[in-house]
Design a binder for this molecule. Structure first.
Ligand code: NAD
Length: 369
């Protein structure tokens, strides 16, 4: 298979972990006989410095002519006092909007070898395996009007929560389709006891559920969902929710299985290239020290292989290589809890060896079968 991947490393550890993910994609291409072309672009703080925009036109054009986008992370103290339009995070919001990335998928999986890294007791978290599907291009983060104002002569502020029905329908449908490939349960999260938008969301979820009789739908209020994620995370399969609830719940869920450095995400496009990135930020506190955990970025690359290229076997091979390396006890500093840690580059090298090693093992097994 021949594919073109836009690589946007961004700022801070974004550059370090993305380099690792590209190395693993190259190894996967080598092992399975594919040809991936990588073309690099700028986004976030580095793009502001180089081009005066957090999402330069060249970067957007590069993404649009690619089959998928691999992103690192953006931001850092250098740009923290910039005006709103010149903040690195604006680049992320803009790319989501321009590529029509309407759905953010965050798988949360428990690794037995990392049970000590979870803040929950092992018996509560063990076996947890769920997927958060967050709406990404609507709701409070994009609604207009938004800004400071004066109401009845008093200083005031307005943010607008707006959704079209079709925006609700397409993401809820995606959640049901994903549930069909998993444990066939969708938990739709809203605040229907207070918000009209949530009542429409709930109504839409019921309408979609009628078309997917093999999947069970349950509704949960967002405050209860925040509690249930801690009390009993094993109850979930696919969780679907609007933009801001999803932002908060997915960050909460991300700490359940250990480090932020372990969690990938996929942002699915309605028509164009989809975008894959770790959920963590640019981690300025450890940037440039070869200390960052590259696994979230590597698992994002695996998700790219599966979701954009349909390469399931290749994606699974990368995921298995990560699992093997963790089982063997290799840990970056975020997971090492006092014991000896490997560097970012060493972790990538171990995963690469495990990935290419699987081939040698399967050849040996083949010779004896
Ligand atoms: P962060 O995710 O960058 O870091 C939070 C903590 O987790 C830090 O202690 C960091 O060292 C650690 N950490 C994160 N990723 C790690 C990894 N791969 N390996 C080891 N440790 C890791 O969040 P923050 O500190 O709140 O934000 C830093 C900057 O990143 C800010 O400018 C913020 O706006 C930006 N940010 C960007 C994104 C993104 O690009 N998608 C997401 C969140 C934050």
């Amino acid at each position: 298979m021949k594919k073109k991947i836009a690589v946007l490393p961004g700022d801070g550890i974004g550059t370090e972990v993305t380099k690792g993910a590209v190395d693993i994609l190259k190894a996967a291409a080598e092992r399975f006989g594919h040809e991936f072309e990588f073309e690099y672009g700028q986004i976030g703080g580095c793009a502001i410095d180089a081009c005066g925009s957090p999402l330069p036109d060249e970067t957007l054009a590069l993404c649009k002519r690619s089959d998928a986008v691999l992103l690192g992370a953006v931001g850092g103290p250098k740009w923290d006092s910039n005006p709103p339009e010149m903040r690195p995070e604006k680049g992320l919001l803009a790319i989501r909007k321009h590529l029509n990335l309407f759905a953010n998928l965050r798988p949360i999986s428990f690794y037995a070898s990392l049970s000590e890294a979870s803040p929950l007791r092992t018996e509560i978290i063990e076996g947890a395996d769920f997927l958060i599907v967050r709406e990404l291009t609507g709701g409070l983060y994009f609604g207009k009007p938004s800004g400071r104002t004066v109401i009845d002569g008093e200083e005031a502020v307005v943010d607008t929560l707006q959704y079209h029905k079709y925006e609700m329908k397409r993401i809820i449908e995606l959640a049901f389709q994903l549930a069909q490939k998993r444990k066939r349960k969708v938990t739709s999260v809203d605040k229907a006891n207070v918000l009209e938008s949530s009542r429409m969301w709930r109504e839409t979820a019921e309408e979609v559920a009628a078309e997917y009789k093999d999947v069970t739908l349950e509704h949960m209020l967002v405050d209860n969902a925040a509690m249930q994620l801690i009390r009993n995370p094993k109850q979930f399969d696919v969780v679907v929710t609007e933009n801001m609830f999803g932002d908060i719940l997915s960050d909460e869920a991300s700490v359940l299985t250990g480090s932020l450095g372990m969690l990938p995400s996929a942002s699915i496009s309605a028509g164009g290239p989809s975008l894959y990135e770790p959920i963590h930020g640019s981690a300025p506190d450890i940037a440039g020290q070869n200390k960052a955990n590259p696994i979230a970025s590597i698992l994002s690359a695996a998700s790219l292989l599966r979701n954009s290229f349909g390469l399931n076997e290749e994606a699974e091979a990368v995921e298995l290589a990560v699992e093997k390396v963790l089982e063997e006890g290799f840990r970056t500093a975020d997971l090492a809890s006092g014991s000896k840690a490997v560097t970012t580059e060493e972790m990538v090298e171990e995963i690469k060896t495990a990935l290419l090693g699987q081939e040698a093992i399967s050849q040996i097994m083949g010779a004896y079968s």
